[in-house]
Design a protein. Structure first.
Length: 116
């Protein structure tokens, strides 16, 4: 089982990044997918969540209207489009596969740094 994030990097405030999380080794379309972030000195924060079919999404208030979560079940991939980035968005972003009856799966994370 693997969840591999990509797309992180250094971006200026106001810029955009698109994170991807490619899944393998489990039935991706049966799992809700979530994005978490962890910043130094802070607790892990649930940023966005998307249902198995992609028809339902939820966002933390801190990213609402700036981030968009989507998925392509044919490609076993979930995306996080991040716009209008702020320095406080700096963190390691990790994707998570969640199922009500089976174990969760986690990616290794990708660093996002927002700085001028």
């Amino acid at each position: 089982v693997q969840l591999v994030e990509s797309g992180g990097g250094l971006v200026q405030p106001g810029g955009s990044l698109r994170l991807s999380c490619a899944a393998s080794g489990f039935t991706f379309s049966c799992y809700d997918m979530r994005w978490y972030r962890l910043a130094p000195g802070k607790e892990r924060e649930l940023v966005a969540a998307i249902s198995k079919t992609g028809d339902s999404t939820n966002y933390a208030d801190s990213v609402k209207d700036r981030f968009t979560n989507s998925r392509d079940n044919a490609k076993n991939t979930v995306y996080l489009q991040m716009n209008s980035l702020k320095p406080e968005d700096t963190a390691v972003y990790s994707c998570n596969g969640h199922h009500a009856f089976f174990r969760d799966y986690w990616g290794q994370g990708t660093q996002v740094t927002v700085s001028s």
